[in-house]
Design a protein around this ligand. Sequence first.
Ligand code: FMN
Length: 352
Amino acid sequence: MVIETNITKMLGIKHPILSAPMGPFYTTKLTVAVSEAGGLGVLSHVTLHGTVTLNEMKKSMEYVVEHTDKPFGFNIRTARLQPDAIKLCRQLPKFIMENQRIREQCVFLLTSAGSPKMMYNKHFDALRDSGSQIKHFHVAPSIDLAKKLVDGGIDGIVATGIEGGGHQSYDNISTLVLLQEVRQKLPEVPVIASGGYATGEGLASALSMGAGAIAMGSRFISSKECEFHDNYKQIVVNSTTSDTELKTGIFGPARVWKNALAETQSLVESKEEKQAEERSMSKVERELAELEMTYKGNVQEGTVYLGQSIGLINRVETVKDIIENIVYDAEKSLTNAYNTIKPTFIEQTVEL
Ligand SMILES: Cc1cc2nc3c(=O)[nH]c(=O)nc-3n(C[C@H](O)[C@H](O)[C@H](O)COP(=O)(O)O)c2cc1C
């Protein structure tokens, strides 16, 4: 079963499904599994304590091309508070260009949490001029940012709503409304929808609204191949849609699972308030340590980024099963919808 869209054609993939990046954690094996299954695996911007991010990203890319010959992508968080972002934006394009297999297979760069402009440098230009098929997308949680991105010449956007796991914007807009707004005001821009997707019905609705693919984070955490701790996966399959809330994360509001730590946390209301808090770098360090705790399995005292879609997920499955079932259900859902409206459509045609 194949659903071809502008995004599957642009990225050279079989299914309109991407794994969303989930830094600061590793998603290298997940990336291989998603790409092998016909979707697009996306490497996360790994910043776990003690890692040298540039080296880790290079090693992850090498690992991916050793284990699959399919296309893949990667994420760079270009946030103000991301000390290694500028280095990655300059050094990774050089590294990709010098490695033929990586250059051929790396088709997608997703910047997020800051400005895409860091990527507008001579190294990325040289990579694009070298015959690489890489496309540059940026995460857009609002129509204002989406418009700026399009004016700046971005190849496409990942429209991400407030339902999703991890960092969110202060705009508080759902994926449902954001996607419609993007289609109304920017009908030409290639769009990947993210935040709240975990089922075939979800994929069908995104495609019906003009998105060319979905990107899922929470759903893929509960895959056999994902590197996350089993305790993390068990939360995903045992929670309801009400078990997450917004709290202050490293870059601003973030959707987390309600645990003992979340009970003690508040929610930042504005950028100004967040910037005042950031003057204490020890707080940022503590937030990173709380994320690492979760990665090691301490899911009560650590920060557990997850989206509302966890209430729709009941099983840990292989990535292949997840993707194939979602595509199958999406096609069934689209066909059912068409068959339901068809008689009315024919009647109206006859009356005319
Ligand atoms: C554990 C976790 C870590 C995340 N880290 C990042 C990140 O480093 N960069 C990024 O752009 N988005 C990050 N996100 C957001 C995801 O890329 C994506 O937008 C979100 O998971 C989509 O919502 P869903 O969880 O409902 O699928 C993270 C999400 C999770 C759950």
